[in-house]
Design a protein around this ligand. Structure first.
Ligand code: OFO
Length: 190
């Protein structure tokens, strides 16, 4: 992408006296900026899930879960933006496509949640590979936080999908699922 090829140039044009910072390689910077977009898209996707749940009867707990999940993804995006700029790059704020806004069932919503988290994990893993290949140990070190985060998030998404599978159409099971879902988030701050 032309924008990506011109990051350093853009940064020089923006500042009369550029900050004395390390310079990110173009391909690393491009990958980090793609991840900014993915985290922003995650935040929007989970906001859409929260909103859909909020208008369904009896899904207040699930709705709150996704509102918080959406905030968390925004924090993940911000961490990346700050890191890119701190390392001498230029974090580009992306345009986003509208996420899926309606779901045929709670089960399909949670399947979407798990698929999304798997996509994010794959993207983080590709970046870790790239950072190692380019011997960019600062970026590699930075990404370790995301690796751990994805292990947790994928685990949560899998557990919630398994629970829903078990519950099936049982109304009292769904009631308890909604009541207890926030316990999956207890202690989480980011
Ligand atoms: Fe950004 O934590 Fe999952 O997606």
């Amino acid at each position: 992408m032309r924008d990506n090829q011109n990051f350093q140039l853009q940064r020089k044009q923006l500042f009369l006296r550029p900050k004395r910072t390390a310079m990110l390689l173009h391909n690393i910077q491009e990958a980090l900026n793609n991840q900014v977009k993915l985290e922003a898209a995650s935040s929007q996707a989970y906001l859409a899930m929260a909103s859909w749940c909020e208008i369904q009867p009896g899904l207040d707990g699930v709705s709150e879960f996704f509102f918080q999940q959406s905030n968390e993804e925004r924090i993940h995006m911000l961490k990346l933006i700050r890191f890119i700029n701190e390392r001498g790059g230029f974090a580009l704020i992306p345009a986003l496509e509208q996420p899926i806004v309606t779901f045929k069932s709670l089960k399909s919503l949670f399947e979407e949640f798990l698929n999304h988290e798997i996509t994010v994990s794959n993207s983080i893993n590709d970046m870790v590979d790239l950072a190692l290949k380019e011997r960019d140990y600062a970026t590699h070190n930075f990404l370790q936080w995301y690796v751990s985060e994805q292990i947790e998030e994928e685990k949560t998404a899998r557990i919630l999908n398994d629970k829903l599978e078990l519950i099936g159409e049982d109304k009292s099971g769904l009631y308890l699922f909604d009541r207890d879902i926030m316990t999956r988030r207890s202690g989480k701050t980011s």
